[in-house]
Design a protein around this ligand. Structure first.
Ligand SMILES: [Ca+2]
Ligand SMILES: [Ca+2]
Length: 440
């Protein structure tokens, strides 16, 4: 999956750091062999170490339209044992704005429903290595299923909608820094729309009791207190400081162009790539449908920003639209946004030297006309005899080229080509003559 984002400015500085850079802070698909321990793959055990160590389980979880769906395996969390954390891959520490964590979660069992009350326990949250946690994601059984819950403290919970066991949910938790004390907000989204902007949360927690985090630099997976704790499978974790990057898969704003004469240079960048295969470039004009103009191989797997470029050459004056069809190696694809670029009409009349020169048997003659003109282009031999009339028509302002050589029988020697262009409006004449050489 491609994650196209404007590459942000990175300010190297020890924590805390603000404002935060944009983009993916962490992406975890648990693409590791089943039954290996999670702490062997970039996560650090810090509590209950070596007891019920969190283990890779197969298969992974899938959710339609979610970027980290169906890649590799998942992890299994049980009712007590080792807890782990992982610092953001980006190395960022955040102390302003909001942090979003999206994940696929399938709950198998949860703390019991006792005397008409849920018994909650939490298993996923944000933090910074201290004992203060933020955006704690809870779960408890309920009348006929379970509910996710959200809080900024381990002992006060706001519950979300009723959910079904053994079903994969896309869950987003959000921690928002708010100026002032004990007022940061934690929010919960269950199966939010993946089309467009951030919806209203299913549930929000703010206020006392809360200990606002001084900064956030990691996420935690926790195996709970046995009596109240769930068993569940979690997969496809994605952390960002924008809704547009977690949970949404693609932010396509890094695609741009530069125009150099008749060439349009397309530039784009990816922040991270997973399973990416190639970028197909497509072009459209007012008069034509989308056509393939080339492909660029992708990095396949990358956690660092990558820059790409493709040059669409020798274009006629006019407006062009471009888009990128981004293929994953499972054959799925996604389109970028569409950008527009324009090749301007030339400033001056110009007859270029033919290329190649000397030539055998064929060469190309190019010329530019800045106004709509009546154009003739003729070729003579060295004795002044006209060999052929290559162009004889009214042409719009623009860039032109015409092939010479293959359709006439010629002997080696010098030839002369001459253009005459008459401005249709002013009647002004432009003419130019150049030599070329056929060498057999
Ligand atoms: Ca996975
Ligand atoms: Ca605050």
């Amino acid at each position: 999956m491609f994650l196209l984002i404007i590459v942000g400015f990175f300010i190297p500085e020890s924590y805390p750091q603000s404002p935060a850079p944009s983009g993916i802070l962490l992406s975890e698909d648990f693409d590791y062999p089943a039954s290996e321990l999670l702490k062997a793959h970039g996560w650090t055990a810090f509590s209950g170490v070596d007891t019920n160590s969190i283990t890779i389980t197969s298969p992974g979880l899938s959710y339609p339209g979610y970027a980290n769906s169906g890649i590799g395996n998942a992890v299994f969390l049980t009712t007590s044992g080792e807890d782990v954390y992982r610092k953001f891959d980006s190395g960022d520490t955040l102390n302003s704005g909001s942090i979003y964590v999206s994940a696929l979660i399938k709950v198998i069992s949860a703390g019991p429903w006792v005397n008409n009350f849920p018994t909650w326990d939490y298993f996923l949250h944000l933090g910074n290595g201290s004992t203060d946690y933020g955006a704690l994601l809870f779960v408890s059984s309920n009348e006929s299923g379970f509910r996710f819950g959200i809080s900024n403290k381990p002992n006060t919970v706001v519950g979300g909608r009723l959910c079904n066991f053994n079903t994969t949910y896309l869950v987003v938790i959000k921690y928002s820094f708010i100026a002032g004390n004990s007022n940061d907000v934690a929010s919960l989204f269950v199966n939010p729309s993946l089309l467009g902007s951030e919806p209203s949360p299913d549930a929000s927690y703010s206020g006392w009791p809360s200990v606002d985090l001084s900064y956030v630099d990691r996420i935690y997976l926790r195996q709970g207190s046995a009596d109240n704790a769930p068993t569940l499978i979690i997969d496809g974790i994605r952390v960002s400081n924008s809704w547009g990057d977690a949970p949404l898969p693609v932010e396509l704003s890094s695609f741009g162009s530069n125009v150099r004469g008749q060439n349009i240079i397309l530039n784009w960048s990816t922040q991270t790539e997973k399973n990416s295969e190639k970028f197909n470039l497509e072009r459209k004009t007012i008069a034509t449908n989308w056509v393939d103009i080339g492909a660029v191989k992708a990095a396949v797997l990358s956690n660092s920003p990558k820059q790409y470029s493709f040059t669409d050459k020798n274009l006629q004056s006019g407006k062009y639209q471009y888009r990128i069809k981004m293929f994953d190696n499972d054959g799925t694809f996604e389109y970028s946004k569409v950008i527009e670029a324009e090749v301007a009409i030339p400033n001056n009349f110009e007859l270029s030297q033919n290329y190649p020169n000397p030539f055998n048997p064929q060469t190309k003659i190019s010329y530019n006309i800045p106004f709509d003109s009546k154009v003739t282009l003729e070729v003579y031999n060295i004795t002044g005899e006209r060999i052929t009339l290559l162009v004889n028509e009214e042409q719009s302002a623009g860039f032109y080229s015409v092939d010479f050589g293959s359709s006439v029988r010629l002997t080696s020697g010098v030839y002369i080509y001459r253009i005459v262009a008459i401005d249709k409006i002013t009647g002004n004449n432009f003419s130019s003559v150049k030599k070329m050489m056929l060498l057999k």
